[in-house]
Write a protein that binds this ligand. Structure first.
Ligand code: LLP
Length: 413
């Protein structure tokens, strides 16, 4: 995404130096063009029924862009639902999932007439029925099924095994069918699943499609006509050159093999795949030091800015902007947070770096800013969107003083 023109870094036609002049590091920067290309390519292969997983990047500008590209939104909280409506998504293009939706969440979703509320337990179906009855409404719902498939991803982001907390086990379908006959205000028209994130194994997709097709047929045979089959997200992004190559076209092939003879409307909920590679995190070196023979570069982004390396051991490639010499050094890049896990990467080779130099942490468009925090009482990162030679700040964080003022000291102290 970053290109060098006369040794100066550019994103699209915008010079990174111009952005740095008006934006303090650390900040996230997204390429609008890259996002558009990825969305269009995904639609071309998988069809129009793409629902952007808002949890991966929920900035209003990003959502507005996604909405303008005619895709829907997949939300997992009342907050995300409100964000999506506020960015202009038509309620008929919003799917609401999530393993823990409260009464208030469901009531709001019913009132907004969204496309589908995907339920994740028999208890939730019963609650939804009572709320729909109370409001004298007929509500379209889906059920998220747990197909008991191991996507082969890391445990922290696996969701499709039967011991995971998500969805309703497939062998409960009979119970769902029986329950639905008591739920006169609910119209079960969809099934969905999501077996996890960062899944590259085509067999895992294939097995999921087979289970979902069997399940949809089972419902339909019982007289519950399933219209939508939502196959989740989870498409793999290549963070590391050693990562397996993942081609979305291979998914399409499995999809056709499994569903070509049926009339279900198929949909997907990708997040990471649409936006991870369109984002970078720009950070400055605030200190350099050598401890125990390790050359540390201490940068102003930390695990509070990008938690993925500390939380999942995730790898993000780091590139230098300043190349003063050809000679490289072995570095460990760490954040300023007072925790040993606040390390972005160990043992990378960069040309000699100094205090004030800029580093780029790549492929951070998804699960970056949305997972940031003010830990250690540090400000949240700014976000910038690039569009050709234009750029706009799309999130300007509060000053840290505001964060302090939000605490309330009780009268007895
Ligand atoms: N649909 C559902 C129901 C999900 O739970 C998720 C992600 C998605 C779709 C989108 O998955 P994607 O296409 O982005 O892989 N914070 C973690 C990722 C957690 C994903 C949770 N669910 C990370 O930084 O790797």
């Amino acid at each position: 995404m970053l290109e060098f023109k006369n040794q100066l870094p550019f994103i699209e036609n915008t010079s990174l130096q111009e952005v740095i002049k008006v934006c303090e590091t650390p900040f996230y920067l997204y390429s609008q063009d890259k996002i558009i290309q990825k969305v269009e390519m995904t639609k071309k292969v998988l069809g129009e029924n793409i629902f952007f997983s808002v949890k991966s990047n929920s900035n209003q500008a990003i959502l507005k862009l996604m909405q303008s590209l005619n895709i829907g939104a997949d939300v997992v909280s009342l907050g995300e639902l409100k964000r999506s409506l506020s960015a202009g998504f038509d309620p008929s293009k919003i799917i609401f999932e999530g393993v823990g939706k409260s009464k208030d969440d469901l009531t709001f979703a019913i009132q907004k007439n969204i496309r589908l509320i995907n339920t994740e337990s028999l208890e939730e179906i019963k609650l939804l029925q009572s709320l729909a009855l109370e409001q004298n409404k007929y509500v379209d719902i889906g059920v998220r099924l747990n197909p008991n498939i191991d996507g082969g991803t890391i445990n922290k982001i696996s969701t499709g095994k039967k011991t995971d907390k998500f969805g309703i086990e497939i062998n409960e379908i009979e119970n769902i069918i029986n329950l639905m006959s008591d739920c006169k205000n609910l119209n079960l028209i969809g099934i969905s699943c999501h077996i996890g994130s960062q899944i590259s194994n085509i067999n895992a997709y294939k097995n999921t499609f087979i289970e979902m097709k069997k399940s949809a047929d089972k419902f339909s045979l019982s007289g519950i006509n399933i219209k939508h089959v939502d196959l989740g997200g989870g498409f793999h992004v290549r963070y590391n050159k050693n990562d397996p190559e993942f081609k979305i076209e291979n998914i399409k092939k499995e999809l056709d093999d499994c569903f070509s003879k049926s009339n279900y409307e198929l949909s997907f909920e990708p997040g990471r795949y649409l936006i991870a590679e369109a984002g970078i995190l720009v950070t400055s070196i605030i200190n350099t030091k050598q401890n125990g023979g390790i050359n540390y570069l201490i940068v102003d982004a930390g695990m509070n800015t990008l938690v993925r390396p500390a939380m999942y051991n995730a790898y993000h490639e780091i590139e230098e902007i300043t190349k003063k010499t050809d000679e490289t050094m072995n570095y460990t890049v760490a954040g300023p947070i007072c925790e040993s896990s606040d390390i972005f990467v160990k043992n990378i080779h960069l040309t000699k770096q100094s205090i004030g130099d800029i580093l780029i942490i790549k492929n951070t468009g998804a699960y970056g800013k949305v997972m940031s925090s003010t830990y250690n009482t540090r400000a949240l990162p700014t976000e910038v969107l690039i569009n050709g030679e234009n750029f706009a700040i799309i999130y300007a964080p509060d000053k840290i003083e505001k964060n302090i003022e939000e605490d309330i000291i009780p009268s007895w102290l």
